[in-house]
Design a protein around this ligand. Sequence first.
Ligand code: ADP
Length: 193
Amino acid sequence: MLNVLLFGPPGSGKGTQSKKIIQHYDLQHLSTGDIFRKEISEQTPLGRVAQHYIDKGELVPDDVVISMIEEVINNNPKAKGFVFDGFPRTVQQAKALEQMLQRKKQSICIMIVLKVEKEELIKRLLNRSKIEGRKDDDSHIIQNRIKVYEEQTSPVIDFYIKEAKAFIINGIQTEDEVFKDICLHIDKFSKCK
Ligand code: ADP
């Protein structure tokens, strides 16, 4: 199993790079943000819970996210591995993921961190709001999402640095250059179990 954790602040390019990674390595994409947006558009009970937090730029509670992830992993037994995009977003989620994978005799092979400065993130997200019309790309909510990333999410990097699995990549390059850097690291872990 090649389990890749793609990490970075909102607007760092995780969605774009995830698509390239899953295609190149034949992996399954697991984006919590995408799952929530689908649930919201279908107005499911989970969608209604998620919407309450997403509209404010806050995190959906850990227990909700963790059980949702477990279900996706269990429903994809044939996957050669996952690209986790937008998860784990708290240290609590990271610990739960480790336990979940351990029970399945799996692990996270590598964490890729996309590094992009705050000014550039805001510019990209405001631009995206004009194209995609995502409600949480409003300038006030963007500020909160970046704050939540810095306070609650970035500590997850230390969790994987301690395991020598984290690699930081310059996210201010062309999409292809970023992807090339990502592949250089993932290729070293191709025999990961
Ligand atoms: P971004 O573009 O900010 O990386 P995502 O599309 O990954 O955004 O997620 C959108 C929103 O969904 C987040 O701001 C958050 O409210 C919620 N969300 C996504 N993943 C998680 C998670 N793992 N834990 C808690 N909330 C999450």
